[in-house]
Design a protein around this ligand. Structure first.
Ligand SMILES: [Fe+2]
Ligand SMILES: [Fe+2]
Length: 348
């Protein structure tokens, strides 16, 4: 096969991966450029009009799909081939609808990527077969993710069952967080991430001694330190499961505060991911309304008063305001002690 000196732009935030792809394709006669971020990639697309763009779907700070849209607009002849990891198969169909020529799942077999690129430069495509393949991969990815989510949720339930006062806390937080996310107009994939991260937000409590979790009355400084580790610990647990890599970060920051006095990193304002700020507000709504070993549940009015009072210190003012509005408009959806409202199954 002859590559006819076709120009390939490789975009991957992992330098090793970019270099490995370049080596393989250069050996086969392609002329390759490597970019490690979308900004550099856009410059090369504008100035060099590559024949093929190979880009990772998920990169920090940007997204292969954005780059795909950019290339379709600014270099219409350029064929876009996406590389995808196990955890972002859900974007495949979207990518094909946006005009991706093909995709390939990491890790590649030797020679596999070159075959895909030869097909791309020769204008060959699997057509509808490609879409079928993407739908199958997506479905498999979603099933695997759901199965993993079910097992991890079972762990969360086991932790919550230790304390009758926190039973169903995570499901209730999910109920509020998803409703708040939708009320704020967030896109379906973001709502889905919020759903998963809320269900798992307190999973790190598995590493906190039971006597602290169920202690009636105030915690000592040392006990508070121990319980405060749960967000970072939960994040570490989830980070070890590839499918939940994104949610791991959201869980880490669910106790940050708008004024920077939260934990574990003391992030200020919008430094905390929006998703975590929503989960934090939802978490506090549930904690205020329900009874705990150390307090009785607040009335709805008192809870709303606290949201307002702590807007701009504990809570993101925009989210606090959206939460107050949503709670006022949906009194029947608030979960109160003795009112066993089963949250609707939520999916984005
Ligand atoms: Fe928590
Ligand atoms: Fe919580």
């Amino acid at each position: 096969m002859d590559a006819h000196r076709n120009r390939i732009l490789i975009v991957d935030d992992e330098p090793q991966v970019g270099l490995m792809i370049r080596e393989e394709l250069t050996e086969r006669g392609f002329v390759c450029r490597v970019a490690e971020d979308a900004g550099r990639a856009r410059e090369i697309i504008d100035t060099e009009q590559p024949d093929v763009l190979i880009t990772d779907i998920q990169m920090p700070g940007t997204n292969g799909l954005d780059l795909l849209v950019y290339a379709r607009k600014h270099a219409p002849q350029c064929k876009v081939v996406l590389t995808t990891g196990y955890s972002n198969r859900q974007y495949l169909v979207q990518a094909l609808l946006l005009g991706a020529h093909d995709y390939i799942e990491k890790p590649f077999r030797p020679g596999e990527l070159a075959e895909v690129i030869f097909r791309a430069v020769n204008g060959e495509s699997d057509g509808s077969l490609l879409m079928d393949r993407a739908v199958d991969a997506m479905e498999l990815g979603l099933q695997t993710r759901q199965a993993s989510l079910d097992s991890v949720t079972a762990l969360v339930r086991a932790v919550e069952a230790k304390d009758p006062y926190t039973r169903r806390h995570s499901e209730q937080v999910t109920h509020y967080a998803v409703n708040l996310a939708r009320a704020t107009g967030l896109a379906a994939p973001v709502v889905e991430s919020i759903r998963v991260a809320s269900l798992l937000h307190d999973i790190g409590k598995i590493g906190v001694p039971d006597r602290i979790l169920t202690k009636p009355g105030a915690l000592t400084e040392d006990e508070f330190q121990k319980i405060s580790r749960h967000s970072a610990l939960g994040s570490d647990i989830l980070a070890s499961i590839t499918l939940f890599a994104k949610e791991a970060k959201l869980v880490r920051h669910h106790h940050e505060r708008w004024d920077g006095k939260g934990y574990p990193d003391g992030l200020v304002g919008e430094q905390t991911p929006l998703e975590s700020r929503i989960i934090q507000t939802a978490d506090c709504i549930d904690a205020m309304l329900m009874d705990r070993t150390y307090k009785q549940g607040y009335s709805v009015d008192r809870m709303l008063g606290e949201l307002l009072r702590c807007s701009g210190t504990q809570f993101d003012p925009k989210i606090a305001s959206a939460a107050i509005h949503w709670c006022r408009g949906n009194p029947d959806k608030l979960i109160l002690p003795g009112r066993d409202l089963v949250p609707q199954p939520v999916s984005a």
